[in-house]
Design a protein around this ligand. Structure first.
Ligand SMILES: Nc1ncnc2c1ncn2[C@@H]1O[C@H](COP(=O)(O)OP(=O)(O)OP(=O)(O)O)[C@@H](O)[C@H]1O
Ligand SMILES: [Mg+2]
Length: 293
């Protein structure tokens, strides 16, 4: 694929912080239009540094980045920030206005939109993250999870075509975590938004990610779909990661107990199907009859 056909093409990036830490080494990364991509890596592997390079907040010492085929260094900040929306790891680094409404309105107002358009964007963005009832609240009174959702609303109000999110589910409760992933998946499928996120939510990824990049010490160890990634046990160990819990259980039962399961199920749904295949048909039919009677 050429750079023009991709939402993002980053080639051979090397990034070193001022005091000498090399946080990215010869990283090549692509995101096709409408793809949902996850960066999966242990702490300190370079996820945040890569996302900051892709969003123009840091400049690599070596390598190049194109967004929709245009070199990132040629894009004026105003254009770059309407193409890419960035949600930081810590919402306190992002939120700065006194109230939720003012914060979410800041981006569209800065784009020079008419006040009624700004207003409708604020309402829609807050509705989509399920936070409209927070609109008159002071930012400093929000809980951590509420701040995460409001930070995302502020970015959505700018309607970027590429969403870059640094650990959007970190620190959220289980309902908040799956709610956030479902929202991102909806934006990806229904609004054709390209989604690139760093995450430790291993159990959720097989449900949502088209492609996963695994990093270690600033280098890409592997990229591929969830099956390519999680079936490579040696690489998962080397990266200091783990399998989704359901896959780990079934892998263990295959290896240690000889359970004759096909492939490696990555989700609860797949695991259930594979387990049902192991139950003799007559037992299933009897269960079905019993439940009807
Ligand atoms: N501002 C900075 N100055 C110097 N070194 C930094 C700076 N920011 C990050 N680093 C170093 O760069 C490396 C990569 O850090 P980065 O924050 O990109 O990792 P990460 O994968 O996002 O980690 P985490 O999962 O903990 O968020 C680490 O070794 C870190 O210590
Ligand atoms: Mg990080």
């Amino acid at each position: 694929m050429s750079g023009g056909e991709l939402a993002i093409l980053a080639e051979n990036l090397t990034f070193m912080y001022d005091e000498g830490t090399v946080a990215l080494r010869d990283v090549t990364f692509t995101a096709g239009h409408g793809e949902f991509i996850a960066l999966l890596a242990s702490n300190g592997s370079g996820k945040t540094t890569l996302l900051r390079n892709l969003s123009g907040l840091l400049e690599p010492q070596e390598g190049s980045i194109t967004i929709d085929g245009e070199n990132i260094t040629d894009l004026l900040p105003a254009r770059l920030y309407t193409k890419t929306g960035v949600v930081f790891q810590n919402p306190d680094d992002q939120l700065f206005a006194p109230t939720v409404h003012e914060d979410v309105a800041f981006g569209p107002r800065n784009m020079g939109l008419a006040e009624e358009v700004v207003e409708s964007r604020v309402v829609l963005a807050l509705e989509s993250v399920n936070a409209l009832e927070l609109r008159h609240k002071a930012i400093q009174h929000l809980s951590f999870g509420e701040k995460k959702r409001v930070a995302l609303a502020g970015v959505l109000a700018m309607r970027p075509s590429i969403l870059i999110l640094d650990e959007p589910t970190a620190g959220l409760d289980p309902a908040g975590e799956s709610g956030m992933m479902r929202l991102l998946s909806r934006l990806n499928r229904e609004e054709a938004c390209t989604v690139i996120l760093a995450t430790h939510s291993v159990d959720m990824l097989p449900l949502f990610a088209d492609r996963i990049y695994v990093l270690k010490k600033g280098e890409v160890l592997k990229s591929g779909d969830a099956t390519d990634i999680f079936c490579d046990h040696e690489m998962i160990d080397r990266a200091g990661l783990r399998l989704p819990y359901i896959s780990a259980l079934l892998h263990e039962m295959k290896q240690r107990d000889g359970l004759p399961i096909n492939g490696l199920p990555l989700t609860l749904g797949e695991a259930r199907k594979r387990m049902l295949e192991l139950i003799p048909e007559e037992i299933l039919l009897k269960k079905l009859k019993d439940s009807v009677c």
